[in-house]
Design a protein around this ligand. Structure first.
Ligand code: AMP
Length: 442
């Protein structure tokens, strides 16, 4: 849509936030429908949690020393003294709701999905916003690696099926049993390279050593390449679990890369961790989504010890990639009829005709505010509508309407009472013709 932008003095959009304009909505609708469809097929029920939660929910789950909580959260204190935050991610809210609604008493695993806005006060850039949409699937109450593999497969197939070139990068981050020894080895390694780290990583060294591995700074990346790897320090049960996940992925022919640097930016992950990256542009890997197991989170938030695994995919980033790769949403049902009117009386009558056609299931369009027929026909043509019903003073007096075929420009007078029948006849023969053309082309 090309429209003249407002003057600078007008109040503008908040930095890092985004309006979703009508032209882009077809992508959003496509993805929402696809999420619903996947959820139905794999048996996930929708859960909507509030956008604001008590701040300690995120501090305890995502982790106080993570970038997300320590630098990027929109937090505030209400007049009543409550400490609240806009959610930076949705898993914590889902787990809170799982505990609060006693879902532990349901048959496990409880399979839930969400779709909604998240907020992170991050540095805005292409594909990185301060308000963005994620959808996520969570399976709570099962340890079996088959669930991890299934979640990897769902996240992979969701993106692959859109026509994007994606690949799974997977790792295991161990658990409370084996991670402390690994962190010791990692710290030992970085101790000798401390001065070479970027300033953010200097800070992370003590607070969040694991995150040294996924810093984007070139020198830090180089250091990370030679760092000790978690997979070499896994305890027996974590190792067995990870092998189990990979075996299922092999079985289903899902291409994955073992990547020791996948640690994810949130503290709650245990065992399996993965990201789905787009690979079509050589050398420019961008994460479209990621997930992992979080076996300790339910307990951390006050529930019974309950294993779980989930993933989240960012919708803006997926749409950006679809547009970059010129992948367009499947065509929705085209508009079939445009109701055009000339004169006050005709406009009144065409308003009720429009409602009548819409209720009968016709894909119908109008421009009641326009007075000239030329303008209305131009609009109908722009919208790709095949038939225009024209109602003027003469037609009202005669009890008729004109049906104009926009392709042949032929106009026919028909009885007003037979209008639906006449339109259906024309539209049906048109769809038969299109089926024949399609068959011939095959
Ligand atoms: P995370 O919750 O950090 O694991 O991110 C999962 C996915 O959410 C990423 O792969 C992105 O697609 C998306 N995402 C995360 N942060 C942002 C952001 N600031 N802006 C847009 N999308 C984001």
């Amino acid at each position: 849509m090309s429209v003249k932008k407002a003057k600078k003095s007008a109040i503008q959009l908040i930095k890092g936030m985004k309006d979703i304009l009508p032209d882009d909505q077809q992508y959003w609708q496509w993805l929402r429908d696809r999420v619903d469809n996947f959820a139905k097929n794999y048996g996930f029920g929708r859960l909507d949690t509030p956008i604001v939660e008590f701040t300690p929910l995120f501090k305890r789950s995502v982790g106080e020393d993570t970038d997300i909580v320590s630098k990027e959260m929109y937090s505030f204190v209400t007049e009543g003294g409550d400490k609240l935050s806009l959610r930076p991610e949705n898993t914590a809210g889902v787990v809170r709701a799982y505990i609060e609604h006693g879902m532990v008493n349901l048959p496990q695993p409880v399979k839930l999905f969400y779709i909604g806005q998240q907020f992170r006060h991050d540095k805005p850039q292409a594909g990185r916003y301060r308000q963005f949409w994620q959808f996520g699937f969570e399976a709570i109450g099962e340890t079996d690696p088959v669930i991890d593999a299934q979640m990897v497969i769902i996240s992979h197939n969701f993106l692959k099926g859109l026509g994007l070139d994606v690949e799974v990068q997977i790792n295991s981050v161990g658990d409370a049993n084996c991670r402390p020894q690994y962190l010791k080895a990692l710290k030992g390694y970085y101790q000798n390279h401390r001065k070479e780290l970027c300033s953010d990583c200097q800070d992370r060294f003590n607070k969040n050593t694991l995150r040294l591995l996924d810093c984007k700074n070139a020198k830090c990346q180089e250091l990370a390449n030679s760092a000790p790897q978690m997979v070499d320090h896994l305890c027996e049960s974590c190792k067995e679990h990870f092998m189990g996940v990979l075996e299922y992925l092999d079985e289903l022919d899902i291409a994955y890369n073992l990547n020791a640097k996948i640690v994810r930016g949130l503290d709650y992950y245990t065992k399996t961790a993965w990201e789905i990256v787009e690979t079509s542009e050589a050398g420019k890997l961008q994460s479209l989504g990621g997930g992992g197991r979080y076996d300790d989170l339910v307990e951390t938030l006050g529930g019974r010890p309950t294993p779980a695994v989930g993933f989240a995919i960012g919708l803006e980033r997926v749409i950006l990639k679809l547009q970059e790769n010129k992948i367009t949403p499947p065509a929705s049902k085209p508009l079939e009829v445009f109701v055009a009117q000339l004169g006050l009386e005709a406009r009144k009558k065409s308003m009720s005709l429009f409602e009548d056609l819409r209720r009968e299931g016709f894909q119908v369009a109008e421009a009641m505010s326009k007075k000239g027929l030329k303008d209305q026909l131009e609009l109908a043509s722009k919208k790709g509508v095949r038939y225009v019903v024209i109602l003027g003073q003469k037609e009202i007096a005669d009890g008729t309407v004109l049906i104009r075929d926009m392709e042949s420009c032929v106009q026919e007078v028909v009885d007003f009472r037979k209008i639906k029948l006449e339109l259906r006849k024309r539209l049906d023969s048109e769809s038969v013709r299109l089926i024949k053309v399609k068959k011939k082309a095959q």
